[in-house]
Design a protein around this ligand. Sequence first.
Ligand code: ADP
Ligand code: MG
Length: 391
Amino acid sequence: MFNKKTIEDIDVQGKKVLVRVDFNVPIKDGKVGDDTRIRAALPTIQYLLDHGAAVILASHLGRPKNGPEAKFSLRPVAEYLGTLIKAPVKFAEDTIGSSAVQAAATLKPGEVLVLENTRFYPGEEKNNEELARAMASLADLYVNDAFGTAHRAHASTEGVARFLPGVAGFLMEKEIRYLGQAVASPEKPFVAILGGAKISDKIGVIRNLLAKADTILIGGGMANTFFKAQGHEMGDSLVEDTALDTAKELLEQGGKKLMLPVDMVIADKIEEGAQVKTVPVGPVPAGWKVVDIGPESRAAFAKVIADAKTVVWNGPMGVFEVPPFDEGTYALARAVADSGATSIVGGGDSVAAIQKSGLADKITHISTGGGASLEMLEGLELPGVAALQDK
Ligand code: ADP
Ligand code: MG
């Protein structure tokens, strides 16, 4: 299934190893906020250090548009990393320039060097060959552990692997194993839960999962577009009018596999203290909007989930950011936690919702990649993975 070499398949002793990590973390007032992504890269970094490598870390941070900008610097991340690991952590003020070249040249086994933000170079996102070559020249080996950007063919995620032998890190391996296995050879019954804001973001995922899953449970804003395609007026709800034809087609294609809510929570505004009603699926009055799946839907979905052996979940069932419109999402989180199924949650907001629910430790695998996890669920091969050496 996972047929790429990993860091365990190569000899890293005494080698300089360039590792693409996903250190795209929130920075506030020069300090690291949520450090989940940094911690997720530690097993790979620690393994390389323990096996005698000199470790050079490359990452992007944010979306700098015009070259170097202090607020997108990886310096605070390098400092923070120094507090998490015992090894000395150095920082280079550029990615491929003279300070990077010098720091890399003098780096010793057991030491870590963090390069400055790869996106300070416009060539990064263009997968520029010169940039990829220059990054490759800093090291002997390349490791990709940045699952969150593996769906992008950028200089540091794909181009560099043309000039250095490339293998997967532990995080990459784990992500691809769980998401790849769930889609390619799931233990059945295989149930997918899809929600979130829009159908248009996830058409590829719905199509691919229709072929693979036993049941797809639909909630969130995307259910509204299906309801409108069935002829219901949706009031002031979020509806994608441009996706109505696609929704019709998916309904026909999906048949009984596609399970829609039978009732819904509607509100006059998306705020705490709004007027709220539970209504069966049908026309939504003007001035009202659907904000969550209703209690009967939660029970019906939970019943399907209880029998599942594999559950993949992307997209919250309602506007979970605003209580009480988080109740449908939490009810399903509870159902997934109780099911005993192998469970995989992907998507930025979905992961945030699971973490808020307090049930994250009951989930088998929580993906660190939003877009990348969606592309896996679409059944696509990620360019950052394709570029690595086969076993
Ligand atoms: P993910 O990041 O997990 O892929 P999405 O970004 O697709 O998920 O969707 C998450 C967003 O969908 C949340 O901000 C949530 O408020 C919104 N959402 C869910 N249900 C509704 C709804 N009924 N109406 C409007 N927005 C909704
Ligand atoms: Mg999102």
